[in-house]
Design a protein around this ligand. Structure first.
Ligand code: RP5
Length: 181
C-alpha cells in the first residue's frame, strides 16, 4: 500500500501547472462524502501553486491504510497533512499519532450536531500529539495554514500569501466604502 500511495502521489498530484512537481501537501478525508467541504481548499492550493495529493483514508473503515499513509507520509515527500473528517472524527488525531509531520484537522459538519461532534473530536487531542484544528468546514483556512507552514521556507509562496491578505483587505475596504456611500 505504501508503494501504491507513493505512485499515486505522483500520478494524482494536482500542481497548478507543472505536473512533475512533488506533492508537498497530502490531503486526506474519512469518506468521499467529505470531498465537497474540501473542494474550496483544494482550489486554493491550486491557485497558490502548491502541489498536493488527495486521497481517502478512514480511521474506522480502513485503519491499516490510514496508518500506512501516515507512517510513510514523510518518506513520500509530503511536508504537511490536511485531514478532514466528520462525526467521531478520529482521522486527524490518529494520523498525527503516526507521523511527526504537521497535521491540520478540518472538522466536517455532519447531518446532526452541527459539526460540534467533529470539532471536539479533532481539537481535544491529548498532550503530546498536536493537531492544528481549523473551524468547522473551513478547508480554506486549512489550505492557507498549510501554505503558511510551507511558506516559512519559501519566499515566493509567502509573497503570494501576503497578496492574498492584501486582496482580502481591499475587498472589505471596497465594500465598506460602498456601504458608507
Ligand atoms: C466520517 O464519517 C467521515 O469523515 C464522514 O464525515 C462521516 C460520514 O461518512 P459517510 O457515512 O458519509 O461515508 O468517517
Amino acid at each position: 500500500a505504501a508503494q501504491r500511495i507513493a505512485a499515486k502521489a505522483t500520478s494524482m498530484a494536482k500542481p497548478a501547472s507543472k505536473a512533475e512537481l512533488q506533492p508537498l501537501v497530502a490531503v486526506t478525508m474519512g469518506s468521499d462524502s467529505d470531498l465537497p467541504v474540501l473542494k474550496p481548499g483544494l482550489a486554493l492550493l491550486e491557485t497558490l501553486g502548491v502541489p498536493y495529493f488527495v486521497t481517502i483514508t478512514s480511521a474506522h473503515r480502513t485503519p491499516a491504510r490510514m496508518t500506512d499513509f501516515a507512517a510513510n507520509a514523510a518518506s513520500n515527500g509530503f511536508k504537511v497533512i490536511i485531514a478532514a473528517a466528520g462525526g467521531a472524527a478520529h482521522l486527524p488525531g490518529m494520523i498525527a499519532a503516526s507521523t511527526a509531520l504537521p497535521v491540520i484537522g478540518v472538522p466536517v459538519k455532519g447531518s446532526t450536531l452541527d459539526g460540534m461532534d467533529s470539532l471536539l473530536s479533532i481539537v481535544q487531542m491529548p498532550r503530546g500529539v498536536p493537531v492544528a484544528t481549523v473551524a468547522i468546514n473551513n478547508s480554506i483556512n486549512a489550505a492557507l495554514l498549510a501554505a503558511r507552514i510551507l511558506g516559512s521556507n519559501d519566499v515566493e509562496l509567502r509573497q503570494k500569501l501576503e497578496k492574498y491578505a492584501k486582496d482580502m483587505e481591499s475587498e472589505v475596504l471596497g465594500k465598506a466604502e460602498k456601504l458608507e456611500g
